[in-house]
Design a binder for this molecule. Structure first.
Ligand code: PEP
Ligand code: MN
Length: 359
């Protein structure tokens, strides 16, 4: 907090000449301007001259000007005036709106049979997206590391066969360009939340990014990590809470559901929850998944394995296809009980307070 920045929203079809005029004015005033692609248009972020915003409002092509002291001005709900971001993952499937988006599948792609079986099972139960790691970040170098590029091909094949978009983890910036055409969502794992070269590379891609919270990251660090992706021009970022490390040893992590309504009041980005890594214990996954949705999450990511006892990673926290089907049935009864008004109430009130401070 502290640095004042001006966010200038340009009209959606404005010319390069008009954008250049904003840059020239910023320079003339001794400020520093930064160009940010924003959906079909662009933003210009200016630092160092916030008192003179009136000179910018008269320039051609300028739609709106806001001044902020936020450390994450693009992720902040100030940017959208309190409105939640709703964006398409693939044509016809959006996140951030009324529908809760469920991503499910095994921790890792292990074989053709395994991922195909998982894909059909989660599709039949009503999942929207197939998960499956091909590049696995394992604590121990001798543990199964994933099938790599072959795993990506198998995931894609299984997604196509079941009619599901796919999400898979990317660990290094070098692989981003190769992976982009094969995935529908890039997953950034908890261990890579502050892999800044990776975040920068993902900011330049055209696919949505699911950014997991680091197990020792604060909410502010997490939102600033998201800011790396947004500032590159990729605004389709989904935040994912997956548990933090605490003194509690009975569970793998402590699932921090506080942050669901909190982050929804601070940021316009959709928030989902991973109750599998958040608990590490199969029997806790369904109750905590329900709790996450009740808290206002926009969706879930869950591990489902055709035969969890034989899983090469995270079997202890993986649901069977039958468990998952029961969970999805229970969820379909919960969701109608959560009225949209209730869901929106708290975030919009907090947002209004924040906006009042700025203007
Ligand atoms: C995963 O989703 O399998 C995973 C490795 O998750 P996290 O990064 O949250 O540990
Ligand atoms: Mn896992």
């Amino acid at each position: 907090m502290g640095t004042k920045r001006m966010i200038i929203k340009m009209q959606s079809a404005t010319s390069n000449v008009n954008v250049a005029k904003v840059f020239q004015m910023a320079e003339k005033m001794g400020g520093k301007a930064r160009f940010i692609p924003y959906y079909n248009g662009c933003l210009v972020m200016v630092e160092g001259i916030t008192k003179t915003d009136t000179v910018f409002s008269g320039l051609p092509g300028v739609a709106e000007i806001g001044i902020t002291e936020s450390d994450f001005p693009l992720s902040s709900i100030e940017l959208t005036g309190g409105k939640r971001s709703v964006f398409e993952i693939v044509p016809g499937l959006s996140i951030g709106g009324e529908e809760r988006i469920i991503m499910a599948g095994p921790c890792a792609v292990e074989s053709r049979e395994q991922i195909l079986e998982a894909a059909h099972a989660v599709k039949n139960a009503g999942a929207h997206i197939l998960r499956g790691g091909a590049f696995k970040p394992r604590t121990n170098p001798y543990s199964f590391q994933g099938l790599g590029t072959e795993g990506v091909a198998l995931l894609r094949e299984a997604g196509k066969a079941a009619g599901l978009p796919v999400v898979t983890e990317v660990m290094s910036p070098e692989i981003v360009e190769w992976l982009e055409p094969h995935v529908d969502i890039f997953q950034v794992g908890a261990r890579n939340m502050q892999n800044f070269p990776l975040l920068k590379a993902l900011g330049k891609t055209s696919k949505p990014v699911m950014l997991k919270r680091g197990s020792m990251a604060t909410v502010d660090e997490w939102l600033q990590a998201a800011e790396y992706i947004l500032s590159g021009g990729n605004f389709r970022v989904i935040l994912c809470e997956r548990g933090i490390r605490t003194f509690e040893k009975r569970t793998r992590n402590t699932l921090d559901l506080n942050i669901v309504p909190l982050v929804r009041s601070l940021s316009h980005l959709p928030v989902i929850v991973d109750p599998s890594h958040g608990t590490g214990i199969r029997d806790l996954v369904a109750p905590m998944g329900m709790a996450a949705i009740a808290a206002g999450a926009d969706g879930l990511i869950m591990e489902v394995h055709p035969d969890p006892g034989k899983a090469l990673s995270d079997g202890m926290q993986s649901l069977t296809p039958l468990d998952f089907m029961h969970f999805m049935k229970a969820l379909s009864r919960l969701v109608p009980a959560l009225s949209p008004e209730k869901r929106e109430e708290q975030p919009s009130r907090a947002a209004t307070a924040e906006m009042a401070e700025i203007h």
